[in-house]
Design a protein around this ligand. Sequence first.
Ligand code: HEC
Length: 321
Amino acid sequence: MDRRRRRARALGLAAALVGGAALAADAGPPLRAMRWVPRDADPVRVFATQPGECLRLPRDSAAALSVEVGRAAFRTPVLLGGQAARAGLSCESCHRAGRDNPDFQFPGASGAPGTADVTLSLFSSHRGNGVHDPKPIPDLSGPRDRLKVAPADRPKFIHGLVAEEFDGPEPTPAVLAGLVAYVDALDPAACPRAPRMAVAPAVLMSDARRALDAARREMALGDRPTAVLMVAAARTRLGLIDERYAALPAERQHLRNADAGLAALQAAIREGGPGAAADLDRWLAAAPALEAALGAREPLSLFNPHRLARATNRRLPANRS
Ligand code: HEC
């Protein structure tokens, strides 16, 4: 597929997603990710819990940093850029916790639930024909010998996914290396004993802190664009908390102030001023108060499975695929 047709195809996919977003403004589901699950999926299983992550962090600190960079990038739509980003799609949308997603189904890109069409011309002879060719989303934490893309080919494959399939901006070398390192560090032997865990503000805040820690270390290495993306990843986590506190204005305001702090931090990192590291530390120092405030009202938020079920039964939209 040439660049223009490829772009048209990407935009077609994105238009379907953004169309979903516009519709959702009237009668939309309470959580954005509900737009890409079938209507009859159990909202409590899918959105109150998530699969455990099977991650083995390397001991070496530079290697561990690379995995953390990849882990954060994997979880932010900003990596993919453009319309897919606006629709809220990230690697994690399809590979939940670095695994698969049997409930993933969105208009124009999926066949049966758990499938998506992301084949690359590199690996698929169909791609140039514009054939709708959804494939099962593989569990990236499954047995290594079941993965189709050889470790040596992963950088090229992942680069193609980001920059071509999703038309995202060129990833920085550290981000690309990080995504590869993250996928390499997924290991079925590292899966937690419980197959699923609760989704909670504390879990998302922990992700945000990890991303910010990676941001700080990338700043120290002088890699400002990677640091900015890491802060974006933290902001994505705040956004996922925010949508579940829609009925709680005080907590929502607290979250939005915290997010504005991160937006300012991104600007400071871009400018390369000397104060950005101190800003980041101040934000982290204030984070426990935010987390405590969120935790205190968590039962009233959509992190509470009962509230989630009630909100969803009323509002889950028809599947438009
Ligand atoms: C829209 C859903 C979707 C998104 C978003 C997505 N993937 Fe995938 N991914 C798939 C599907 C489907 C396949 C299998 C393609 C095939 O079989 O040809 C796949 C395959 C892969 C593979 C190869 C697995 C193997 O068998 O070797 C890797 C690695 C991968 N994805 C990583 C990523 C990363 C990193 C991102 C984010 C940049 C990402 N994916 C985003 C759906 C998705």
